[in-house]
Design a binder for this molecule. Structure first.
Ligand SMILES: [Zn+2]
Length: 215
């Protein structure tokens, strides 16, 4: 297990999307999770902190997390990011085909429990947590000072959903959502992990954002 890790949370766009930069301080390599809305700022932020973005990790392929057309509005995302930096994009195997306008050679299909490394000891474990979408993934990371974290993407969408085990109306499967809630709860119990829910403004307001970061 790595003895240091860098995690920066950036609020991007108007929909309370939280983009995460996860870096290995030993190798200065970082992964960006769900890059969308403000692609240049994401790249600049990593650069300013002395990190090279070497991987894109996607929790799921909705446009507010990856870019694309939504409600007649175009959101910049992975396509624009790849114009700035040439890095592989990791997506669960059931959603790889949904990412459009990205060369097949840039896509990496992922599996449940796949471990992503950043050139050193820092590891990110991908937990397949379907329900919101068929290929939704949550990320499990360990921060030496902060402890274990589950970055749950849109597995719950809001803390209120999580607390009440409620299924968001846009989810593709209620049964899978409940099973993923249980899977996340089991991991949290096992690791004494905290849960970070994307889109939850209230939870996020109590957290550090760029330029601050967790370690
Ligand atoms: Zn979503």
């Amino acid at each position: 297990m790595a003895d240091t890790l860098y995690l920066k949370q950036m609020e991007c766009g108007p929909m309370q999307n939280y983009v995460y930069l996860i870096g290995d301080p030993a190798t200065r390599q970082a992964a960006v999770v769900d890059p969308a809305w403000e692609v240049e700022r994401i790249v600049q932020t990593a650069q300013q902190d002395g990190y090279t973005l070497t991987k894109v990790l996607i929790t799921h392929t909705h446009q507010d997390h990856t870019g694309g057309e939504i409600f007649g509005h175009y959101i910049p995302g992975v396509v624009e990011l790849l114009e700035l930096i040439d890095v592989p994009v990791y997506v669960h195997k059931t959603e790889t085909h949904i990412l459009k306008n990205i060369p097949p050679s840039s896509k990496v299909s992922t599996e449940n429990n796949q471990v992503i490394a950043l050139g050193g000891d820092v590891q990110i474990t991908l937990l397949h947590t379907p329900g919101h979408t068929p290929g939704h993934e949550s990320l499990l990371v360990h921060l030496p000072k902060t402890g274990w974290l589950v970055l749950s993407g849109d597995a719950a969408h809001f803390k209120d959903n999580w607390d009440n085990k409620r299924v968001a109306s846009m989810n593709t499967s209620a049964d899978q959502t409940q099973a993923s809630y249980q899977k996340i709860a089991d991991v949290m119990a096992q690791k004494k992990a905290a849960l970070w829910i994307n889109h939850d403004l209230q939870q996020s307001q109590g957290q550090k954002h760029a330029p601050q970061f967790y370690d």
